[in-house]
Structure formats: structure tokens, C-alpha cells
Design a protein around this ligand. Structure first.
Ligand code: NAD
Length: 427
């Protein structure tokens, strides 16, 4: 294990534009809210970062060595919380910026957590199930001193899933000598996962759409919605909005999009997607490109695929009233400013896609209590927390004139700053 002292100038800054961008965003809000300069300086860097070397035996008998990371940005409000991703682009800077975003997201949602993120630099699609299991278990052993239900609770992220979480939980449990389900969230329900977790992010997006529609005073009987990305987040949000009377006029996946101004039959589209593996060609709709999709006239646009989709190049083409960011970072900072000037309401990612971490929190709480809730109870509590956070962000926006993204950050940083002031220098 190699522990890094994360003092002033670190490899994080050199390695990643992501990390510098996350710092610039903090700098902007720190200046705006007059944040104490000493506190500001402390929040620009993670509390802890660990780099580990992971040798594993491959199926062909050779040994390959991978690099893994776990970064805790802050632990003032409680144990650190954040996903683990397997991807060839994982590096210390990226993981550190994502850990910082988790701190803001948890604080904004008023969850008793700090922010963390982890990952392994690898090409998961080239590894067999057995190799993935050995990689996950060895990584867990290497970071075991950092994680635990009261210390740091991992969850799934890109190319990790319920099975990955079950392996982490099992490896941790073997090491401590008893079963500890609450060391991870996003586990299978059969080993202590929560009902409603799988749908939570899309459901949270749908709640935000309804709240935002009432905030901007959308009076249309059946508001129109365009969804980019028809995966876990986008498809679930589309189905729930369809069920509650919204008209989903267009959706897309990596292969392209489809459009029907009269509305798409979402349950039939889901069946079509399961059979064909893509949305294009869906009967009764017109095939369109992903760029055409972003420029369609609609009430609500939900980018739920990738980062960097709305930029200065295409922001002037948008014809929606509301953008609800299901994906992480779909709007560039410059485009965000332009949308605000044009009077388009943007519900920022740290609010719009926080349903996942919120139900992760419920999973952790249920595990610690050994008492499990019905799906209805989970959804009801999620709606309450999402609704409250939306109202707070919209109120701050109305009061200060800040962009909603900056309002959300101001609430998150303000809450953390107050706790830090009361606690002292440790966290
Ligand atoms: P997913 O893999 O289930 O779905 C992604 C969808 O986007 C797929 O339909 C894919 O075909 C589509 N897509 C990929 N490239 C595209 C492109 N160039 N144009 C249009 N569509 C494209 O992923 P997901 O879990 O739904 O996550 C989507 C986004 O939401 C990601 O940014 C992720 O970080 C974010 N997010 C997810 C969760 C969660 O709980 N799943 C939580 C927070 C944030």
C-alpha cells in the first residue's frame, strides 16, 4: 500500500483536467459566498488518497498487475460514501474530483456522509468473471483499512454492479470474521440490499422533473419530454413520467434516437429494446441522430447518457424549458451560464441524480437496524428528501439570482462549512 500525503501540490492536479475543474467550481462558489479562506483551502484537496497495486492471476496462468485507488474527500458529516468504477481511464485526479462531487451531493441531500470514490484502471470487458472476482477481492483486501460501515461505504459505479458489491462485502466479512452487509450499498437484495435501489436514480430524476415543472409554472396538460440515453436512469425516468401523464416524444441510445411528436409508448418500447438491442426502428417513430434529439422542441430535456453533451456549440439549438441532468456533468460550465441567461431552468446533476445515493443511505440504515422497509416506504422517503432538496435549491436560486448549479453548491458547501466550524480541524 502506498499512502499519499495530499498536501498542496499533488499529482492529482497534474493528472486530471477533471480535478482542476472541480476545484475551479469550488473556487467560484467560495468567492461568491465569502467562504473562510482557510476552510476553502482545506476543501480544495481530499482528506486521504490511497493508491494500491493489485497483482492477480489471470485464467491463462500469467500474473497481471493493476492499479487501484480509493479517495476520501471529506468525512465531516459522517463516513465517506461513493462508488467504485472499473475503467481504463481511471486515475487519481478523476477519482479525486468525483470524491469531491460526492461530498457536495451528500451534503446537499442532507445525508450523514462525506464524499469518496474509488476505482481500478482496467478494461473490465476483457476480463472473465473469475478474473473480475479475483481483482475485486484483492482490491478490497488492499483498501480494507480505509473502508467499513462507520468509515467509508463503497457502491457500484461504471462497470461495477451488485455482484461486485457482494464480493467486496464477502471479502471484508472474511477479514473481520463476521458478516458485515453495511460495508457496501447497491448489494443484491438477497444479501441485505434495499428494495427500490435499482430504480432509485431514475425515480429521483422523475421527481425532480415534476418539482421543476411546478416551479416554472408549466401548465401544459401533458408536458413533452425528450430523454438522451435509455439505460438504467433514462428508461426508468421515462417510464415513470409516462405513467404519470407526461408525453415522451423522443429517446436515444448509443446507436441513435427516435421521435414521435404524438408520444412514444414506453412499455412497448422497452419490450422492443429487449428484443432488438436498440431503440432505432421502433414502429411508429422516426429515426433521428443524437444531435437532432437535443434540438427538438419540448418542455423537458433529460440528458441521461454521458458527460459533455450540452456545450457552447449546441446550447443555442436547445428548445426546452427545463433541463434535468440525469447524467453526471452533461452540461459544460459555459453552456450552463448560457442556459441560465436564456431562462431555461437546469436541475443540476448533484441534485437530479442523487436518488441513487439517497436510497444507498436507506440501504445502509436498514442494514444497521436489521430492519427492512417495503418498496413503498423507500419510495415515499425518497420523494420527501428529493422534494425538500429541490425546494431548497429553487428558493436559493430565486433569492440570490445564482444559477441552480451554484445554488446547490452554495447550500452543500455552506452546510459543510458550518459543521466544520463547529467540529474543529480534524475532519
Ligand atoms: P446505462 O449504461 O444503464 O445507460 C446509458 C445509456 O446511454 C444507454 O442507453 C446507452 O446506449 C446510452 N448512450 C451511451 N452513449 C450514448 C451517446 N453517445 N448518445 C446517446 N446515448 C448514449 O447507464 P446509467 O446507469 O443509466 O447512467 C447514465 C448516466 O447517469 C451516467 O452519466 C451515470 O454516471 C449517471 N448516473 C447514474 C446513476 C445510477 O444509479 N445508475 C447514478 C448517478 C448518476
Amino acid at each position: 500500500m502506498v499512502a499519499l500525503e495530499t498536501s498542496k501540490k499533488t499529482v492529482m492536479e497534474c493528472e486530471s483536467e477533471h480535478f482542476l475543474m472541480a476545484q475551479r467550481q469550488l473556487d467560484e462558489i467560495a468567492l461568491e459566498m465569502g467562504l473562510d479562506p482557510e476552510l476553502h483551502e482545506r476543501l480544495r484537496y481530499p482528506k486521504r488518497a490511497l493508491i494500491v497495486t493489485i497483482p492477480i492471476k489471470m485464467d491463462d496462468g500469467t500474473v497481471q498487475t493493476f492499479t487501484g485507488y480509493r479517495v476520501q474527500h471529506d468525512v465531516t458529516l459522517g463516513p465517506a460514501k461513493g462508488g467504485i468504477r472499473f475503467h481504463p481511464e481511471v486515475n487519481l485526479g478523476e477519482v479525486s474530483s468525483l470524491a469531491m462531487l460526492m461530498t457536495w451531493k451528500c451534503s446537499l441531500m442532507n445525508l450523514p456522509y462525506g464524499g469518496a470514490k474509488g476505482g481500478i484502471r482496467c478494461e473490465p470487458w476483457k476480463l472473465s468473471q473469475n478474473e473480475l472476482e479475483r481483482l475485486t477481492r484483492r482490491y478490497t483486501s488492499e483498501i480494507i483499512n480505509l473502508i467499513g460501515p462507520d468509515k467509508d461505504i463503497p457502491a457500484p459505479d461504471m462497470y461495477t454492479n451488485e455482484q461486485t458489491m457482494a464480493w467486496i462485502m464477502d471479502t471484508y466479512s472474511i477479514n473481520v470474521g463476521h458478516t458485515v452487509p453495511s460495508v457496501v450499498t447497491g448489494k443484491p437484495v438477497s444479501v441485505g440490499g434495499s428494495l427500490g435501489r435499482f430504480e432509485a436514480t431514475g425515480r429521483g430524476v422523475a421527481y425532480c422533473v415534476r418539482r421543476a415543472a411546478s416551479y416554472v409554472g408549466l401548465t401544459t396538460k401533458s408536458p413533452t419530454v425528450v430523454v438522451q440515453g435509455f439505460g438504467n436512469v433514462g428508461a426508468i425516468a421515462a417510464r415513470l413520467l409516462h405513467e404519470s401523464g407526461y408525453t415522451i416524444v423522443a429517446v436515444s441510445d448509443v446507436h441513435g434516437g427516435i421521435y414521435n411528436p404524438e408520444g412514444l409508448d414506453i412499455p412497448r418500447l422497452q419490450a422492443y429494446l429487449s428484443e432488438m438491442g436498440k431503440v432505432s426502428g421502433f414502429p411508429g417513430s422516426k429515426d433521428i441522430s443524437n444531435q437532432e434529439l437535443l434540438a427538438l422542441p419540448c418542455d423537458v430535456l433529460i440528458p441521461a447518457a454521458l458527460a459533455g453533451q450540452i456545450t457552447v456549440e449546441n446550447v443555442h439549438d436547445l428548445k426546452c424549458k427545463i433541463v434535468v441532468e440525469g447524467a453526471n456533468g452533461p452540461t459544460s460550465p459555459e453552456a450552463d451560464k448560457i442556459l441560465h441567461e436564456k431562462g431555461i431552468l437546469v436541475v443540476p446533476d448533484i441534485l437530479a441524480n442523487a436518488g441513487g445515493v439517497t436510497v444507498s443511505y436507506f440501504e445502509w440504515v436498514q442494514g444497521l437496524m436489521h430492519l427492512f422497509w417495503s418498496e413503498q416506504e423507500v419510495n415515499h422517503r425518497l420523494e420527501e428528501i428529493m422534494g425538500r432538496a429541490c425546494d431548497q435549491v429553487f428558493e436559493m436560486t430565486a433569492k440570490t439570482g445564482l444559477r441552480p448549479r451554484m445554488s446547490a453548491l452554495r447550500i452543500a458547501v455552506g452546510r459543510l462549512a458550518e459543521a466544520k466550524k463547529l467540529r474543529g480541524l480534524y475532519p
